[in-house]
Each structure stands twice: as structure tokens, then as C-alpha cells.
Design a protein. Structure first.
Length: 94
């Protein structure tokens, strides 16, 4: 059973933006977050840039380190998309 978000690039972007924002709110470097979560700094970098699929277990480790509840919509929120939105078939919605 695949528990990642490989086929959901918009969700990866939201996760990336939230992890980056929350890490910066803590005043932490990527290295410190990596140590706190027992992940590599490269993994943190890839998550923050949306370049890596994220498993639920990894999100839980990050959430615990950053002291947030994954379901807390007040702190973990969607961010507006960058650039024109695309419809199915690759056409621009604008």
C-alpha cells in the first residue's frame, strides 16, 4: 500500500510550503530539523522544495519535531498556487 503523495503535486507543494514555514517559525536550520527527525538534511531539503514524495510516517516525525498536529488547519494550511492554474488536459484555467 503506497502511503506517499507521488501523484499529487499540488499536495506536495502545500506540504513543502508548510514544512518550510513552520521550520522557519522555530528558527531552525534544515540541519537542526534533520537531527530532530532523524532524517537527512537532503531529505528535508527535498521535502521543502516539493522534490520528494512524503510518507505519512515522515510527516508525523516532522510534525512531532515542530510541535504541530498534522490535522491542525490553523497552522497547516493550503497556500495559493504559483502561476496559472491548469485544467485537466493541460489547458490554463485563466
Amino acid at each position: 500500500m503506497d502511503m506517499g503523495v507521488q501523484n499529487h503535486p499540488a499536495l506536495r507543494e502545500i506540504i513543502a510550503a508548510n514544512v518550510l514555514r513552520l521550520r522557519k517559525e522555530h528558527g531552525w536550520s534544515q540541519e537542526k530539523l534533520a537531527r530532530q527527525t532523524e532524517l537527512s538534511r537532503e531529505t528535508i531539503r527535498l521535502i521543502e522544495t516539493g522534490g520528494r514524495s512524503v510518507y505519512i510516517e515522515t510527516l508525523e516525525r516532522i510534525a512531532v519535531a515542530l510541535e504541530v498536529d498534522i490535522g491542525d488547519r490553523g497552522r497547516c494550511r493550503a497556500v495559493p498556487p504559483v502561476g496559472p492554474r491548469r485544467r485537466a488536459g493541460g489547458r490554463s484555467a485563466a
